[in-house]
Design a protein around this ligand. Structure first.
Ligand code: AMP
Length: 365
């Protein structure tokens, strides 16, 4: 049966783009968020409350046929009661695995997906032992609630230990060997409740300060794409996954090293709105609402650029042929994702030159 009422936990830009993709399909999204001005609340109804508020979560679940997520860090204990009220898609196990970098890496390793050498760190002595074992440079990260480079510290030499501990010590941490990657790539795919799986083309992503700045897609590398698909499929099948799932990888000496996964639509898949027959947002909704998945074929060569901290001048950007502009309706703040643009061209060389022009007009603060 087609489901048409979707409850979404978190009303950020991901939720907003989900809601917008739902309208033509006759799918209505309802959100739960702390803030009445949140990006998705500007386009769809909202319940106001904390994301883990038991009563509001129950109200969201009761009013909708399926619950999904714009924000994946909802405690398993808050989610479990919802399973009695409605469908929870993606499954709780996928959210729980992705919430803790140690359990995420354990899942990857169990599924024979390579990860960076790493160790759990609870105190300074353990950090010293991890460094002795894994070497420097390395990245110290919070196990939980880290995103967009937040809760991370790169250690280049022993002199950095004190500062790293001051910055993020005192919580559950993970120390990872620094990966000398040639590229970062990500693979977005979707799985339906009947086990149908589709994959988007790989995208190549450029980060600054841990935040995605821009990406290009399709990133054509048959061998890497084949391996990435195999890995993503293993995770989807192991978790009986329903919805869109993303894995971000480092490419190190021609091999894929999984960095993390996101059990939701993902920033590195925003290009699919204009760049593919069916966007990641539509396919997430199709998957969780029992509809057939749509074609993931790319329509050309695409670049996606995030707007961070400051919105660019739309007059100048929109003068670039083939550029689509997305404003999330957020208050500017340094480092905050406020919107993005996508450039679609029929040839890679045209895409590259339009991307270079767009980058000149976009300032990251
Ligand atoms: P994450 O929050 O794990 O996605 O990390 C954000 C960004 O920091 C990544 O996209 C990389 O650019 C960088 N990074 C994270 N972990 C490592 C690592 N082990 N080695 C090198 N760079 C890293």
């Amino acid at each position: 049966m087609k489901l048409s009422r979707v409850g979404v936990v978190g009303a950020g830009q991901l939720g907003r783009m989900l809601a917008l993709a739902g309208y033509p399909l006759g799918i209505r999204c309802m959100f739960l968020d702390r803030s009445a001005g949140a990006p998705a609340a500007q386009v769809a109804p909202l319940l106001t409350g904390e994301l883990e508020d038991a009563a509001q979560l129950a109200a969201l679940a009761s009013a909708n046929q399926v619950v999904t997520f714009d924000w994946e860090n909802i405690a398993g204990s808050a989610l479990a009661p919802l399973e009695k009220l409605t469908l929870v898609r993606p499954p709780r196990a996928a959210l729980e695995a992705s919430q803790d970098r140690m359990s995420e890496k354990a899942l990857f390793s169990k599924l024979r997906i390579p990860v960076a050498a790493h160790a759990a760190v609870e105190d300074k002595e353990q950090l010293q032992r991890a460094i002795a074992k894994l070497g420097l440079p390395g990245v110290l990260k919070t196990r939980r609630l880290g995103y967009d480079g937040k809760g991370q510290f790169v250690l280049r030499g022993p002199q950095d230990i004190g500062q790293a501990w001051m910055a993020i010590g005192g919580r559950g941490l993970i120390y990872e060997k620094f990966q000398q990657f040639s590229r970062e790539v990500s693979l977005v795919g979707a799985r339906s409740a009947t086990g149908e799986i589709v994959f988007y083309p790989l995208s190549a992503n450029t980060h600054g300060g841990g935040i995605l700045h821009y990406g290009i897609a399709p990133f054509v590398n048959r061998k890497l794409e084949r391996t990435a698909r195999l890995y993503l499929k293993r995770v989807m099948q192991a978790l009986a996954y329903v919805g869109v799932l993303t894995i971000e990888f480092f490419v190190v000496k021609g091999r894929l090293i999984a960095n993390e996964m996101a059990p939701r639509v993902h920033n590195s898949g925003h290009w699919t709105i204009e760049g593919c027959v069916t966007s990641q947002f539509e396919n997430h909704l199709r998957a969780i609402c029992n509809l057939p998945l749509g074609s993931t074929r790319a329509l050309g060569h695409t670049a996606m650029v995030n707007f961070l901290g400051k919105m660019p001048d739309p007059q100048r950007l929109l003068a670039i042929d083939g550029l689509a502009f997305h404003d999330y309706g957020k208050e500017p703040r340094p480092g905050r994702k406020l919107g993005h643009c996508t450039i679609l061209k029929s040839r890679a060389i045209e895409r590259n030159s339009a991307l270079a022009n767009a980058l000149k007009l976009i300032e990251w603060t």
